[in-house]
Each structure stands twice: as C-alpha cells, then as structure tokens.
Design a binder for this molecule. Structure first.
Ligand SMILES: NC(=O)c1ccc[n+]([C@@H]2O[C@H](COP(=O)([O-])OP(=O)(O)OC[C@H]3O[C@@H](n4cnc5c(N)ncnc54)[C@H](OP(=O)(O)O)[C@@H]3O)[C@@H](O)[C@H]2O)c1
Length: 250
C-alpha cells in the first residue's frame, strides 16, 4: 500500500510551483489532494496536468479572506470528510525599499502570507484528524537580511514562528506543525522577480550546490514532513536552499 493511501491533504497555492509539485508527489504516494488558489484557470490547468480524476478537488479560494476559507473547509468536509495534512503554501512576493512601502503593499503581503496562513490552519482544524501534519512554506529570507524584503521577510518570520507556537498548541492532538524554507526555487514567483538570465545567474552563484532549486526539491521535504516518517518532528524548519544560507560557495 502506498504511503498516503486513504489520506487527504489540502495544499493552498496548489495550482502552481511548489504547491503543484507537492500535489504530484502526494498523488504518486496514494493521497487525495485539495488544491486551493485564486485563479480558476490556474486550478483548471493544474487539475488537467495532474490527471488524477476524482482524487483531486480544486476549490477557488483567496486565503486572505476567512469567508473563502470557511467555504473551502465546507467543500472538503462534503467531499472527503476530513483532512490528514495541510500544506499552507500560498504566498505572494513584493519587494521595495522600506521608504516606498505603502499601506496597501503592507496589508497585501501580511494578508496573504501571514493572515492567510494563520486562518488556513485555524479553519482546517475541525477537519484535521488527530495525528495530522501541517507544513508551512517559509523562506530563506528569514535567515539573511536582503534589502527591499522588509515586509515579505517579516511575514515569513511570522509563519515560521507559528510552527513553533502551534507545535505545543496542537501537539495535544498529536498534530505536528513544521515549516519548509525554500532558497532560490525556479517557479513563476522566482521568474517574476529574477527576470533576466544575468539575475538568475547571480542567484545561482550564491548557492553551494551550484544550481537553482526546483519545485520538486521543496515538495520532497514537504511530503517528508507530512508523512509518518516525520512522526517525531514538530516545531521545526527544514531549509531547502542548496546551502545558500549557510555557506560561501567557491
Ligand atoms: N520561488 C522561490 O524562490 C521562493 C523562495 C522562498 C519562499 N517561497 C514561497 O513559496 C511559496 C510558493 O511559491 P512558488 O515559488 O511556488 O510560486 P508560485 O508558483 O507563484 O505559487 C504561489 C501560489 O500561491 C497562490 N496564491 C497567491 N496568493 C493567494 C491567495 N491570496 N489565496 C490563495 N492562493 C494564493 C497562487 O495562485 P493564485 O495566484 O491563482 O492565487 C500560486 O498558485 C510561497 O509562499 C512563496 O512565498 C518561494
């Protein structure tokens, strides 16, 4: 029997990048998956790519709106009856000098990256079975201060901290809470920020392993934390960055 047979996992931001790669890995391991995201087109195309019939449920939802999360939870309850895992992965990027950050920029980033993760988890709790696993998508940017990322990096520090505070909160139900913190991972988000080959090469040059990461690199860590192989790991962060934050490459 495959490792995730009979298990259901919610992935926010499941229509692209690391969320989609994680969905593919989980389906391969026997899980049913729920994909949530704002764009219906993106979700539709993800469902087509995954090609797993009724083992995939896609629900349009904006994680920054609690009414959407209530609707998402209701759909999951109707279709699957409960959850065994949550990958709170949806996020948006926005970088500028601190002097230029507007209230709208601030609220947008905090609304999706912090409030969205917080309430994704809270609204999933009634569905999440005891012994379940929650994985939060953080960032390497909480380990090194990069100019122009003041708000984005702070939202990621907030959600990595959630893994630590929710671990004892939910540990009484045997629910584990951990984070993955990606380095430079080639996804739509990365390509929207590092738009030229020169910019991407500059990023690559800081990575000890000498290559940019793939969505599958992060999916492997997320799936591990979601699985029973990580059954004694909670309140932790796995940094998936090819050595970016801890090494000086040759
Ligand atoms: N790529 C990197 O180098 C990198 C590094 C560190 C951390 N991260 C983090 O990794 C996570 C995944 O990003 P990615 O790189 O895989 O990029 P991506 O392909 O752009 O994925 C982000 C996903 O989040 C969804 N999303 C955004 N806002 C949402 C909202 N309000 N409600 C619901 N879904 C929303 C997007 O779908 P819709 O637009 O359709 O909603 C999209 O599917 C993010 O949290 C990001 O901050 C990325």
């Amino acid at each position: 029997m495959a490792e995730f047979t009979g298990k259901t996992v919610l992935i926010t931001g499941g229509g692209s990048g690391m969320g989609l790669a994680t969905a593919q890995r989980l389906l391969d391991a026997g899980a049913d998956v729920v994909l949530a995201g704002r764009s219906e087109d993106r979700l539709e195309s993800a469902v087509k790519d995954l090609d797993a019939g009724d083992r995939v449920l896609a629900v349009p939802a904006d994680v920054s709106r609690t009414a959407d999360l209530d609707r998402l939870a209701a759909r999951i309850g109707e279709r699957f009856g409960g959850l065994d895992g949550v990958f709170a992965n949806a996020g948006v990027a926005g970088f500028s000098r601190s002097a230029d950050v507007t209230e709208e920029d601030f609220d947008g980033l905090v609304g999706v990256n912090f409030k969205g993760v917080y309430f994704t988890i809270q609204k999933s709790l009634p569905l999440l079975r005891d012994g379940g696993s929650i994985v939060i998508n953080g960032s390497w940017l909480t380990h090194r201060g990069l100019a122009f990322t003041s708000v984005y990096a702070a939202t990621k520090a907030a959600v990595i901290n959630l893994a630590r505070t929710l671990a004892p909160d939910l540990g009484v139900r045997g629910i584990r809470v951990n984070a993955v913190s990606p380095g430079y991972i080639v996804t739509e988000m990365f390509e929207a920020i590092s738009t030229t080959p020169e910019a991407q090469e500059e990023c690559r040059s800081h990575v000890a392993l000498g290559r940019l990461g793939s969505a599958a690199d992060v999916a492997d860590a997320a799936v591990f934390l979601l699985s029973s192989r990580a059954s004694y790991i909670t309140g932790q962060e796995i940094v998936v960055d090819g050595g970016l934050t801890t090494s000086v490459p040759l």
